[in-house]
Write a protein that binds this ligand. Structure first.
Ligand SMILES: [Zn+2]
Length: 81
């Protein structure tokens, strides 16, 4: 699973304005698994099945938390009403 950094402009309660927020996101590399399945004549499907099962288990619980790049404040991404 490849680690990727997602960025978004969100409202920060600490800064009281819109700032750049980041969060870590893990994504399954579908193309890599498809190529490996073809190269290994289908044997990779077993490994891919294990990856699909483990993916939700290895993904951090706080993955939906956005972190302000200005002050480091953690936000759930929902604007304050
Ligand atoms: Zn902030």
């Amino acid at each position: 699973m490849a680690k990727q950094i997602a960025t978004s402009i969100k409202y920060c309660e600490q800064c009281e304005r819109k700032t750049v927020h980041m969060r870590e996101a893990r994504r399954i590399n579908w193309l890599m698994h498809l190529v490996l399945t073809l190269v290994t004549l289908g044997l990779w499907v077993i490994v891919f099945a294990v990856v699909l099962i483990l993916h939700p288990l290895t993904t951090p619980l706080g993955r939906k938390t956005w972190i302000c790049q200005n002050c480091g404040h953690e936000s759930n991404g929902f604007p304050r009403i």
